[in-house]
Structures are given as structure tokens and as C-alpha cells.
Design a protein around this ligand. Structure first.
Ligand code: 2P0
Length: 326
């Protein structure tokens, strides 16, 4: 009873920052992301009678506390569906820094759900897998299907209509690129889960941002369909800035920006003034992700690498959804 799966991280173009149900992980607004080839988690799950308890190793380190509890919750849901009782050994590895605003939980959560369900003998649909992934970590429901995926917020109380739905697969727009600038690989001080809860509770801008995000989904979908980088980039940049305004105005304030973040953002604006079509987005960390097309990658790379504080860059094209690998 063993299976191994891979899944890619995804970066939201319209963001998720806040839940309407903390237990089921239901979002306040629908959101849209693109899976990124090359930012990958690989997870193996083995159910065996010989194990006395569940254990979880991430990048070789035994996990405890909240990290372990989240995996055990997901295993319990899968054990219930498969009507098995065996405990499991879960081993996961990311090929990118964990917990540094690079959506590591998204890749890990979806690889876990696929591997665990297969190891338990289940054959679930992508929608069912996405719902299980969502309950592990919200953003991971967008990493079951590949390419551009919308997390439809749904209206049901039980969350059965809140899942990641593919809009366009990873081959639809082969020239689309996201350049991830790595500015810091230190784990973030405020985890997304706690941060977004406080934002919903007290950020004065929360409702404005969330309503606008819901409305922007249709425009974003159209921009992807039309392969219109200028419209997509402008919408994504605006949505990210609005989300960070919500974070700044939360009490206590949530500030993921570093001085280098501002330098890269200024560089994006300068490049745009020179006619290079590039736009930025940011998540719960200091890294800036630059949205552009393949033909401009070389120019952007050369300019960005000159900025002190940019430790590394990763160029990503649209990636696949979760897949079994063993
Ligand atoms: C996103 N983020 O849409 C946004 C933008 C961070 C900033 O999804 O509590 O790790 O497990 O549902 O999925 C981070 O949220 O949080 C996130 P939980 P998750 O990509």
C-alpha cells in the first residue's frame, strides 16, 4: 500500500487571502492561479500495519506539531473513505525553499492527497482530489489540475462545490512565463493561515479587496483566454498590491516586503516604461514574481540579476497538475 506523486506549486494571479469557513477551508472569494513547471514537491505515502502512528518527513526532517497534524487530518479523511485503519509513513521533498512565500504548501498538499488516496486503494476524480487538497491547505486545491486553474468559491455549506477547476491546460499558452526572484529563503514570520484570519477579522480594506477579487476573476479568465499579457499582468499586479494593502492595514500589521522587494518592483516599472511587457505579483513572502512572455525573459533576467539582493531567479512555464510517479 504505497504510492508516490508529484505536484507543482502554483502562483495566484487573483489571490486567496481569507476564509469564510476555517475548518473546511472555504475561501471568501474565488481566485485564479497558474501551476509552475519545475517548482515541484514529491511525496510518497506508505500505509502499513507495522506503523504504530503516522509520521511525516519533510526534506528529510521529522515533522511534529501543526505540520504533522495537518497531514494526519488528511490521512484520516482518506482512511475513512477507504475504510482502512493502517497508519502511514509520509515522505515529502520540495525542490525549492519551504515556507518562504513560494507556495510550498500547495505543491505538498496536492501531492500528498494523490499519493495517499492511491496508496489507500481509492480512485478519486480530480474534483474529489481537489476538495481533499483544499482541506489540507486551501491553495493546494489549485495544484491537482495543471495549467491555469480557478478555485471556485462555491456556495454550499459543506464545501462540495469549492474546488480547483481547470480553465486552460499547461499547453494553452506556451510562451507564458513567471520569473521568480529569490530574495530571501528564510521561513516567514507570519504564516499565511494565521495572517489571513486576522485580516478577515480586522483589516478595514478586507471587504473591498475580496469583492473586487471576485469580480476580477471574469476579467482574468478572459485575459488568459485572449493570451493578453498586458491585461493579465495589470490585473494581477493590481490584485497583489490590493492584497498587500489589506495585509499592511491588518492589526497587528503583516508586512512581507523587504527593501529588495521594492527594488525589484521599481525595476519592473522601469522596464515597463522602456516598453518591456512585464508585471509583478507577490504572495506571503518577500519574493517578487515577474509575469512576462518568453521573448522578454533574457532582457528581464539580465536587468534583474544586477540588483543586489536578488540571490537567484527561477524561470517557470505553465506546469502540469499532480501526477503519480511510482
Ligand atoms: C494565494 N496565498 O492565493 C495566496 C496569496 C498566500 C498569499 O494561498 O490556510 O497556504 O492552508 O488555506 O493555502 C497561502 O495560503 O493557506 C495562499 P491555508 P495557504 O496563493
Amino acid at each position: 500500500m504505497r504510492a508516490k506523486a508529484m505536484a507543482n506549486a502554483n502562483i495566484a494571479l487573483i489571490k486567496y487571502w481569507g476564509k469564510r469557513d476555517d475548518k473546511l477551508i472555504l475561501p471568501q472569494n474565488s481566485n485564479i492561479a497558474v501551476n509552475l513547471a519545475g517548482l515541484t514537491a514529491k511525496t510518497s505515502v506508505t500505509f502499513d500495519k507495522k506503523y504504530k502512528k503516522d509520521s511525516f518527513l519533510l526534506d528529510g526532517k521529522t515533522q511534529s506539531g501543526e505540520e504533522l497534524a495537518r497531514v494526519v487530518d488528511t490521512l484520516n479523511r482518506i482512511r475513512k473513505l477507504a475504510r482502512i485503519k493502517d497508519k502511514a509513513l509520509v515522505m515529502s521533498a520540495n525542490n525549492f525553499p519551504t515556507a518562504a512565500g513560494l507556495a510550498s504548501s500547495a505543491a505538498g498538499g496536492s501531492a500528498l492527497v494523490l499519493a495517499a488516496s492511491k496508496a489507500a486503494g481509492l480512485d478519486l476524480s480530480n474534483r474529489e482530489l481537489s476538495i481533499l487538497a483544499r482541506m489540507n491547505s486551501g491553495s493546494s486545491c489549485r495544484s491537482i489540475d495543471g495549467g491555469f486553474v480557478k478555485w471556485v468559491k462555491g456556495v454550499r455549506k459543506d464545501g462540495k462545490d469549492s474546488y480547483g477547476k481547470q480553465l486552460f491546460n499547461e499547453f494553452y499558452w506556451p510562451d507564458f512565463r513567471i520569473i521568480v526572484t529569490i530574495l530571501s529563503t528564510a521561513p516567514k514570520k507570519i504564516k499565511s493561515r494565521a495572517g489571513m484570519k486576522t485580516s478577515v477579522e480586522n483589516s478595514p480594506f478586507y471587504r473591498t479587496w475580496s469583492d473586487e477579487s471576485e469580480r476580477s476573476c471574469a476579467d482574468m479568465e478572459r485575459a488568459i483566454k485572449n493570451k493578453d499579457i498586458a491585461v493579465l499582468g495589470s490585473l494581477a499586479e493590481k490584485n497583489a498590491i490590493m492584497m498587500h494593502c489589506v495585509m499592511f492595514a491588518t492589526t497587528p500589521s503583516i508586512i512581507y516586503w523587504s527593501p529588495e522587494t521594492v527594488e525589484v518592483i521599481n525595476a519592473v516599472h522601469e522596464m515597463r516604461e522602456k516598453g518591456i511587457r512585464c508585471y509583478f505579483t507577490m504572495d506571503a513572502g518577500p519574493q517578487v514574481k515577474i509575469i512576462c512572455l518568453k521573448n522578454d525573459v533574457k532582457k528581464i533576467k539580465n536587468l534583474v540579476l544586477k540588483i543586489k539582493g536578488v540571490k537567484n531567479i527561477i524561470v517557470c512555464r505553465p506546469g502540469t497538475g499532480a501526477k503519480l510517479i511510482a
